[in-house]
Design a protein around this ligand. Sequence first.
Ligand code: CP
Length: 310
Amino acid sequence: MSQLSVAHLIGIKYLNKNDIDLIFKTADHFKEVINRPIKKVPSLRDITIANLFFENSTRTKLSFELAEKRLSADIINFSASQSSVTKGETLIDTVNNILSMKVDIVVMRHPNVGAGVFLSQHIDAKIINAGDGTHEHPTQALLDSYSIREKLGSVKGKKVVIVGDILHSRVALSNIFALKLQGAEVKVCGPTTLIPKHIKSLGVEVELNLKKALEWCDVANVLRVQNERMDVNYFPSTREYTQLFGIDKALLNSLNKEIIIMHPGPINRGVEITSDVADSTQSIILNQVENGVAIRMAVIYLLAQQIKRN
Ligand code: CP
C-alpha cells in the first residue's frame, strides 16, 4: 500500500493507522534527504502550492514553505492581513482567484472551524489543513507522534499527558486522535474550565493533579493558554494557573522518573513552562520543529501522487 486513504488532509479524524504508518515511512526518507549536503529533491517540479494563512503562524508557515521548496514545488504565499480580505473579499472568492492561477495544492490556516472541509467541497485542489480554529491541526499531531516514535522507538503503549488549555486547542484534539490510533494511553490535565465536558468519549482520562499526571506519563505535551480565543475568564489569574499547571525544573526533579517534555509552540515562558524546562535535555521541542519539515514533505508528496499529471 503506497497511497493515502484520503484525498485531502483535513483532520487526523479521517485517517487510519496505515495512513500514519505511510506518512512516517515517507517522512523517514525525507528526513534523510534534508540532512544531506544537497537537501532538495525534484519530485514536485510540476506542482504549484498556495499557502493561505488567515491567522498568524511562525512554525507551521515556515515549515510548509521549506518542505515545498525541498520538494521543488512552485509556491505562492498569501497572508490575509496583507490581502483584499481586509476589503471584504470572501474566502471562496479569494481562493477561486488564487486557483485560476492553476494551483494544485492549497495549504490553509483559518480561524473558523471547518474551513478546510468547506474548501474541499468547493474547489478542485488538494487541501491541507494547517489549523482550523479550535478544531484540528493534523500536521502538528503527526510531527508530535513522529517525534515520540523517534525518541522512544514507538508510540504504541506509551503514556502521554496533554497539559493546559485543552478546550481551545486544535493541537490537543488532533493529538488525541493520532495517539489513540497508534495505541498510546492518553490523559489530559488542566483547569476543569479548560477541559471539554465530553472529552472522555474520545477514550482519554482526565487528571486534575499535575504532579500525579506527570508521575504517570512517559511524555508531557504542554500547551499554551490561548487567551486570544477566550471571551471570558476561565481561571482567576495567570499566577494561579502557573502555580497549579506550570511545569518548572523543581517539579520535574521531584518525579520518580525522567519524562519527555514537548510543546507545539509558541511558548509562554514562565507561564505553562519555565525556560530551564523548555531548554533542558528532557525537552524535544526543537526536534519537533525539525521533524515538522520531513512530515510536511511526506504529506505533500503523498497527496501530490494522487494528482493526475498530463
Ligand atoms: N505549532 C504551531 O502551530 O505554531 P505556529 O502557530 O507558529 O504555526
